[in-house]
Design a protein around this ligand. Sequence first.
Ligand SMILES: C[S@@+](CC[C@H](N)C(=O)[O-])C[C@H]1O[C@@H](n2cnc3c(N)ncnc32)[C@H](O)[C@@H]1O
Length: 184
Amino acid sequence: MIKAINHEDPSYVIGKIQDLCSPESMVLEIGCGDGRNLKRLKEFGFCYLEGIDKDGEKIIKAKENLGENAVLRQENILNFSTDRKFDIIFHSLVGIFLSPEEKKILIEKVRAYLNPGGYYIFEEIARNISKLPSNRPPYFYSKKELEGLNKYFTRVSLEEVKRIVDGKEITGGLVYVGRLIAIP
Ligand SMILES: C[S@@+](CC[C@H](N)C(=O)[O-])C[C@H]1O[C@@H](n2cnc3c(N)ncnc32)[C@H](O)[C@@H]1O
């Protein structure tokens, strides 16, 4: 049976992170928006939280929401670089804004900044969206893109979900969890 998750509520992906990872894990969220996901992780005791978003206004809101509890920076993932490595890198509702070519760059960034064995987790829209961003087409994850992840990540799980608003299914989704394979 396909699990139903509330489109507006990030609990599902946050629950995955909580179940799999310890609060000492270094966490990076790509496209953190106003910081609602990082705020939950802080409440669950996660100590090192970093968020990037390309939208400066979102970062200002995230800073209002999180204060000193996270490192927050205006950055486009496509140009992102850092000296740090993370135990968890995740994104939620960001992949639809990235073209297939841009998603390849996203994966390169995740591989570059994840510790070996670290978790790559995402929750993304997969089909039938009715609430579209008006300025860009939705870039859904293709089967080929998901299979491509197997080159770099050991798949822990891939779930299909239904995204629900006011009791109605508005679109489908994917929740992916993989672990970075250490390539010598
Ligand atoms: C639908 S919002 C989701 C925000 C957050 N993940 C959440 O679940 O609340 C998508 C976010 O991705 C950000 N975003 C889109 N493309 C990005 C990119 N190339 N680099 C960084 N952030 C990006 C947008 O600015 C926006 O804040």
